[in-house]
Design a protein around this ligand. Structure first.
Ligand code: PRP
Length: 212
């Protein structure tokens, strides 16, 4: 029997992803050790795990280097990879939004936007391409995107909003919601056929916990 390989997102999603896999009957003890080892395994179930930067998880899964991935919908939308999205895991919920200064509230259709700052250039580009006629310049940042309208780098931002606290404390508001975001389970297209039974069983075991 070959190993089924699962790619997990490093960071916010890691702990809850491990809880789900454990709940589905996998032995994650090696994964929970704070070691420098990159590939951890559950020998009994012939499953291997590795942690990767969230943006890399869909890449590993698309190429079949991982059979399964757990990753945020934000990353899936941004990466646009060819994968099966099999489960909405329902945790790490937030919204992908267009946000900007309070003065722009209700004026999105009448103002001219020239620059948009974001960590998600593809999502921002798609949104503005479909929603608006004028072309906007998308400026890619690596974090603290809320800073951009405050210092005049852009009029608006495209970013994740969870509690809304970061926006509020900086005098910014949601101007439009682009998508609801949460953690998802994705599967490589070939693996889904070749290892259908084992992968189905794992999907069912995870789904059963989501209903509880
Ligand atoms: C995320 C996101 C927002 C913030 C939203 O940033 O990009 O900045 O969380 O959360 P809130 O609505 O609960 O305030 P993160 O903390 O990942 O840091 P970053 O901005 O450096 O990416």
């Amino acid at each position: 029997m070959r190993y089924i390989t699962i790619a997990l997102s490093k960071g916010r999603l890691t702990e809850l992803s491990i809880d789900l896999l454990e709940g589905a009957g996998l032995d994650c003890s090696e994964l929970k050790e704070n070691s420098r080892k990159l590939i951890l395994s559950d020998e009994k179930n012939k499953v291997r795990f590795f942690l990767a930067k969230p943006a890399d998880v869909p890449v590993y899964v698309e190429y079949g280097a991982a059979d399964i991935g757990i990753v945020g919908k934000d990353t899936l939308l941004e990466e646009g990879r060819d994968l099966y999205e099999v489960l909405n895991l329902g945790f790490a919920k937030c919204r992908m939004c267009v946000a900007g200064p309070r003065e722009l509230e209700g004026k999105m259709d009448s103002i001219t936007i020239t620059r948009v700052a974001t960590k998600y250039p593809e999502i921002a580009r798609n949104y503005f391409r479909h929603k608006r006629r004028e072309s906007v310049e998308i400026i890619k940042l690596s974090g603290s995107v809320e800073l951009a309208p405050l210092v005049g780098l852009s009029e608006v931002i495209v970013d994740l909003v969870e509690t809304g606290r970061t926006l509020k404390e900086n005098g910014l508001v949601v101007l439009d919601t682009i998508a609801d975001i949460s953690a998802r389970m994705v599967v490589n297209r070939v693996s889904m056929k070749m290892e259908n039974e084992r992968i189905r069983r794992l999907i069912d075991a995870i789904r059963a916990q989501l209903k509880e």
